[in-house]
Ligand binder design. Structure first.
Ligand SMILES: [Fe+2]
Ligand SMILES: [Fe+2]
Length: 249
């Protein structure tokens, strides 16, 4: 498929986050993945694939994903890091059909998908700055690094495929509006405005994230960049019985 043919063609992107697969989820997701495959051309899973970061949960997800007949693009979340087995989780879940991104990009259906986990640090004027104890500086540095990895992944898409639409996928939120609904004291742990800068500068068509389970479904960054918090509890609260959100771009 050459780039000219794909420019005008729209694709249906289904997205969810925070599926938190547990050891008791065996055979519970097949119908979900079949339904997504009927309704969309690609599925995004925006982190917290597993509940406790255990490879046994990743194995269950891998088995359930056999019912998914469309390509899957995913990033890991903080829960997937809980036991330090994130590499194993990535290896277990990824396949020819399932792309787990960590600062990389993949092109599917004429759209470039860039993925990172992201990190916290707070938003706008209340974003943490590089100051004080080493631990605090390390916290800020992690968000800076994730923003740089996101920028690099988006740049790769631009370099390799000029004029391709870009979609970003992350676990943490890049803006305040889509975490609203959560208790204010935990905002700094839900995302960081540092993630927003590359999204705006590189004119991403849409951004999908999760992590803020009690947040808000939609927000808009400067330049009209649409942001969707597709955390499963957010979608369920919004009335989606099958919790996935479809955007056509
Ligand atoms: Fe979560
Ligand atoms: Fe999370």
């Amino acid at each position: 498929m050459d780039a000219e043919n794909t420019e005008d063609k729209k694709i249906r992107i289904a997205a969810v986050a925070d599926i938190h697969i547990t050891d008791t989820d065996k055979n519970k997701w097949a119908e979900y993945f079949k339904e997504v495959s009927r309704k969309a051309d690609v599925l995004l899973i925006c982190g917290d694939l597993t509940n406790t970061g255990d490879e046994s949960e990743a194995k269950i997800l891998c088995d359930e994903l056999k019912s998914c007949t469309i390509p899957v693009v995913a990033v890991l979340g903080n829960h997937d890091h809980e036991k330090g087995r994130q590499k194993l989780i990535r290896q277990t879940v990824q396949s020819e059909n399932v792309h787990i991104l960590d600062g990389e990009a993949v092109v599917i259906g004429g759209v470039g998908f860039a993925g990172v986990k992201g990190f916290g640090g707070g938003f706008d004027n209340y974003m943490l700055s590089m100051f004080g104890e080493d631990a605090m500086k390390a916290f800020v540095q992690e968000a800076v690094n994730e923003a740089l990895h996101l920028d690099r992944a988006l740049a790769r898409i631009d370099q390799q495929h000029e004029h391709l639409k870009k979609v970003a996928i992350m676990h943490y939120a890049p803006m305040l509006d889509t975490v609203k609904g959560e208790p204010e004291p935990i905002y700094p742990f839900l995302g960081s405005s540092r993630l927003a800068e590359p999204l705006i500068r590189r004119q991403v068509a849409a951004v999908f994230h999760g992590h803020a389970h009690m947040g808000t479904l939609e927000g808009t960054l400067a330049g009209g960049v649409k942001v969707f918090n597709v955390a499963k509890p957010v979608l369920l609260k919004a009335g989606y019985e099958m919790p996935f959100y479809v955007v056509e771009i």
